[in-house]
Design a protein around this ligand. Structure first.
Ligand code: FAD
Ligand code: 2HG
Ligand code: ZN
Length: 488
């Protein structure tokens, strides 16, 4: 495998395939492809290649394989685990130019999209036929369909439609040696052997380059009602979330923001949530980040309040159904606000959708994206701040996530926005594993969680993963620093 100086002959060959404008080697042009969205993971590359279609992708991969050049596929570069950037001089294969939306197949309620189509464009394209894509997330303007399949992205509607893998009914990909595998008929029932779409979903660019995806679409649910509910404790929010899941058939999203994250996003937005209280001192939950001092609060106290956003969506107005369910939660909810029109709903969503951006504006966090079994969720939310502070007393944990899926995003900032101690990651992920949870709910493993895979996966499972990797990519050229240890 070569990560040394790139042979000029290879550059000429690649230029012949994709055109000079799409082979970048000037550091000023490649730098943007070499640092991730969080700014935590950065490397360098001598080569960014931007193919325009499947045939070009195949020819590029064949040339890189012949020259034994490792490659990181990249879509919108919004991944949060350091898997989308070259860490040890790999070439970058940017898939953004594969951005064709084929006509929606209204008979089948399916569509075939290029890997580089952004989620926002996919939504707009499906909506023009009265249909919708089942996955939605805040990075929708940049995240690509190829990257979302490669990470098996989740987002805010998983409780209704499942994650990205559940949307895939066909896939086309280029293997490490340049071979094209294409299975895009989209037959709902098709038990003709291994399902490469399922295998590539969540493979994080380590098994193949996704070039086109056929997605299952869903009827649009244009009528919406959104509630912001405030709770005194995480346990109350978890109980309410379970009741809403059981009781609201039109439930479309069920998201949570816990006290410290709510304080930060409120400060970022310059406004406070319309329900619930951030405490008498509006900066009560921020002193660690501001001063670098330590917290002396008792367990549970600093976690404090919790907020849920519950959204119902249907063909007919779901506000009665949601309102009735919220009324039944009177014993748990401190206060509630319900919004129906898009602008008012958006004002509620802002307190959830802007958390990641608010954290990024405050510093470079460690992002720990985990799932807990429902029965251990409240215990985890209450306990994890102490786990963080026992490891790095100056660190500030910020919790939010997709509570309806048991998925908590634990972001940890160090003093003044610096990174926290590396040991924090291990401590939190061990705690998750002890409680029977997953160390990666929806963002993947990338490079960030490589060393913790053993917490969730047995030696036998990891050996099976490596065997699959060796079969499809014997030289270990595809994203060698993500998901699995580099091929020896
Ligand atoms: P990239 O970041 O470019 O790549 C991600 C991984 O996929 C890398 O390993 C890369 O090598 C691989 N890859 C990319 N394209 C291809 C391809 N064509 N073929 C093979 N491999 C490929 N994620 C969620 O799951 N849920 C959320 O709610 C969510 N919200 C987010 C909000 C914000 C503000 C941000 C910044 C990120 C969020 N993410 C979320 C993370 C991110 O958007 C997803 O992981 C998304 O799927 C990445 O898509 P991308 O096109 O940016 O992929
Ligand atoms: C979200 O749900 C994303 O907002 C990002 O998955 C989570 O920033 C994070 O940790
Ligand atoms: Zn998320």
């Amino acid at each position: 495998m070569s990560t040394g100086v790139i042979d000029p002959g290879l550059i000429d060959e690649l230029t012949g395939i994709v055109g000079a404008a799409h082979v970048l080697h000037d550091p000023e042009m490649t730098v943007g492809y070499s640092i991730d969205w969080t700014r935590r993971f950065a490397g360098a590359t001598q080569l960014v290649i931007r193919p325009g279609d499947t045939a070009e992708t195949a020819a590029v991969m064949s040339a890189l394989a012949a020259a034994q050049v490792p490659v990181v596929p990249q879509g919108g570069n919004t991944g949060l685990v350091g898997g989308s950037v070259p860490l040890v001089g790999e070439a970058v294969l940017s898939m953004r130019r594969l951005n064709i939306c084929e006509p929606v197949d209204e008979l089948a309620s399916q569509v075939t999209l290029g890997a580089g189509v952004t989620l926002a464009d996919a939504h707009a394209h499906a909506a023009a036929s009265g249909l919708s894509v089942g996955v939605d997330l805040a990075a929708r303007d940049s995240a690509t369909i190829g990257g979302m399949v490669a990470t098996n992205a989740g987002g805010i509607n998983v409780l209704r439609y499942g994650a990205m893998r559940a949307q895939v009914v066909g896939i086309e990909a280029v293997l490490a040696d340049g071979t094209v595998v294409s299975h895009l008929a989209g037959l709902e029932k098709d038990n003709t052997g291994y399902d490469l779409g399922s295998l590539l979903a969540g493979s994080e660019g380590t098994l193949g380059i996704i070039t086109r995806v056929r997605l299952r679409l869903h009827p649009t649910q244009p009528e919406r009602a959104t509630a912001l509910l405030a709770f005194e404790t995480a346990a109350d929010a978890v109980s309410a979330a379970a009741a809403l899941r059981r009781g609201v058939a039109s439930l479309h999203a069920l998201e949570a923001v816990f006290e410290e994250a709510m304080a930060l996003v409120s400060e970022h937005l310059g406004t406070t949530p319309p329900v619930g209280s951030l405490g008498s001192d509006p900066h009560r939950s921020l002193p660690d980040r501001r001063t670098g001092g330590t917290s002396d609060s008792a367990p549970g106290e600093d976690g404090g309040g919790a907020w849920l956003i519950a959204e119902a969506a249907a063909r007919t107005d779901p506000s009665d159904e949601l309102g009735a369910a919220v009324e039944e939660l009177a014993d748990l909810v401190v206060d509630a606000a319900v919004a129906l029109d898009p602008a008012a709903r958006q004002r509620l969503w802002a307190f959830r959708e802007n958390v990641t951006e608010a954290i990024s504006a405050a510093g470079i966090p460690h992002k720990l994206d985990v799932t807990l079994p429902a029965a251990r969720l409240a215990e985890f939310v209450d306990g994890v701040p102490d786990v963080v502070r026992a490891t790095d007393p100056d660190a500030q944990p910020l919790l939010f996530g997709h509570l309806g899926d048991g998925n908590v995003h634990v972001n940890v900032l160090g003093p003044g926005g610096a990174e926290p101690a590396d040991e924090v990651d291990d401590a939190v992920l061990r705690y998750v594993a002890e409680l029977g949870g997953s160390i990666s709910a929806e963002h993947g493993i990338g490079t960030a969680k490589l060393s913790q895979m053993h917490l969730n996966r047995s030696e036998a499972e990891l050996a099976a993963f490596s065997a699959i990797k060796r079969a499809l990519d014997p030289a270990g050229l595809l994203n060698p620093n993500a998901l699995l240890p580099p091929v020896a």
